[in-house]
Design a protein around this ligand. Structure first.
Ligand SMILES: Nc1ncnc2c1ncn2[C@@H]1O[C@H](COP(=O)(O)OP(=O)(O)OP(=O)(O)O)[C@@H](O)[C@H]1O
Ligand SMILES: [Mg+2]
Length: 440
């Protein structure tokens, strides 16, 4: 059986689901049992009470019929009816059928019992007064109207029971919910900590709650610690190696400048420069690991800065399509600047013109860089994002060569913000379209 449609109507949060699991079965059980019980109980009580009234009425009718006419009969039964709390009159006008309000459930029982127990019942009226029952009976001496208090025929205030039950039920549910919330809070706190870590933020978290939740929390902490240590090691190694390489490089440069053979020296000098560039890129990559603290940033202003900086260096880069309202988002400013700078730098290197746009979604900020270059074919896009990967050098002729870290760094930074780097084809410009997606 396919129950997928049902899922749409179910609560999605843990609290809602737990409440549903806890409350619905109990509520249904109590409701069904009490409805059946109440109905049975009140039907029985009403029938017994009304039956008592029927016996009394038989007595009264017998007294009336023992007299020669109705007036004498009424006079003879007066003292009995007074004692019983009934009023008996000669029927003024004929009543038209039995009458009761539709929700008067016990009223049906009253009417049935009266009609079963007495001959000559013409009509029972429960509607004109909620506190009295009016019965019209045809006796051998003529029709009479009898009126007595409703209390005598059916149990009063059956709703008290329901009100009491509902109040206690709500009270107990409230208490249960408080307990439930305390049990669920550790889970939501762990989810928050995990979500924050996914976005690169390390928030304080201490495992608490039930045994299973606590052990899951401890496992999460272990995992987080291991990942942090690994990042630290990678950073240390990269920056250490790069740093140590610089000293011999400088020495090489010095020696080179003293060499007399110009042709040979030139070649070597170019190699040394390339190595310097490489080391610079390594250091950049290593730095992208270091987590600065997130701060409120205006994405549009940040994009404008990057674009202006690129334009100052002679690039044809334009900012277009920005959201109307300038909102601030919590981001790591320097990291995003570096990522966006890499993308714009690529566009300048591999294409002539570039467009930068910013899009704000409910849960995401998207920076988009498009260019009119050759683009990257779909099957090479994953490859291009890997560290140190440069695509087919023929494509990059006379564009100067990079290290192959630009996209990898941007990808890393996006993931640290709980987002992603998406490569595609620009519909606008025909070249590459890179989307830097960040969670907000
Ligand atoms: N806008 C683009 N248009 C066409 N190809 C691109 C574009 N951007 C990147 N590429 C291709 O993807 C490869 C990887 O890019 P990436 O930015 O990671 O490295 P790089 O630009 O070669 O070096 P670096 O950015 O580290 O100096 C590039 O070598 C290039 O072939
Ligand atoms: Mg690059």
């Amino acid at each position: 059986m396919n129950l997928d449609w049902l899922k749409r109507y179910m609560p999605r949060g843990l609290y809602g689901r737990a409440a549903l699991i806890l409350i619905v079965p109990v509520a249904v059980l109590v409701l069904v049992v009490s409805l059946i019980f109440i109905q049975r109980h009140f039907e029985d009580v009403t029938r017994q009470l009304t039956h008592g009234v029927v016996l009394e009425l038989r007595e009264v009718i017998e007294l009336i019929e023992a007299q020669p006419d109705l007036d004498a009969g009424l006079a003879a039964s007066r003292s009995l009816t007074d004692t019983l709390g009934m009023t008996v009159h000669t029927a003024a006008e004929p009543l038209s059928g039995d009458r009761r309000v539709f929700y008067d459930v016990s009223g049906r029982e009253v009417i049935d019992t009266l009609r079963d127990g007495l001959d000559g019942v013409r009509a029972v009226d429960l509607r004109s007064s909620s506190r009295h029952v009016r019965v019209q009976i045809g006796t051998e001496r003529g029709p009479i109207d009898v009126s007595f208090r409703r209390q005598r025929a059916s149990a009063s205030n059956p709703h008290q029971f329901i009100v009491l039950m509902a109040t206690i039920g709500m009270f107990m549910t409230g208490i249960a919910f408080l307990y439930l919330r305390n049990q669920l809070r550790p889970i939501t706190r762990m989810a928050d900590a995990a979500e924050a870590f996914g976005k690169g933020r390390v928030v304080h978290y201490k495992p608490s709650g039930a045994l299973e939740v606590r052990s899951a929390g401890r496992a999460f902490l272990d995992m987080r610690g291991r990942i942090l240590r690994q990042i630290e090691q990678r950073t240390l190694m990269l920056s250490g190696v790069s740093h140590d390489l610089r000293t011999p490089l400088t020495r090489m440069k010095l020696t080179l400048s003293m060499l007399s053979d110009e042709a040979e020296a030139d070649e070597l000098r170019r190699d040394v420069e390339e190595m310097e560039q490489l080391i610079g890129a390594f250091l950049d990559f290593a730095r992208s690991d270091q987590l600065e603290d997130p701060e409120p940033v205006e994405p549009v202003a940040l994009a404008r800065e990057v674009v202006e900086k690129a334009a100052r260096h002679g690039g044809d880069v334009t900012l277009w399509q920005t959201p109307a309202a300038e909102e601030t988002v919590i981001l790591r400013r320097a990291a995003i600047e570096r990522a966006l700078g890499n993308l714009v730098g690529n566009a300048q290197r591999y294409a002539d013109r570039a467009l930068v746009s910013v899009e704000m979604r409910e849960r995401q900020v998207i920076f988009c860089v498009e260019d009119d270059g050759p683009g990257i074919p779909e099957d090479l896009r994953d490859e291009a994002m890997k560290p140190f990967s440069r695509l087919d050098p023929a494509r990059n002729q006379d564009r100067g060569s990079g290290v192959g870290l630009g996209l990898a760094i941007a990808h890393d930074i996006a993931r640290r913000h709980g987002g992603n780097l998406r490569l595609g084809e620009s519909a606008e410009m025909g070249g590459l379209k890179v989307e830097l997606v960040l969670a907000r």
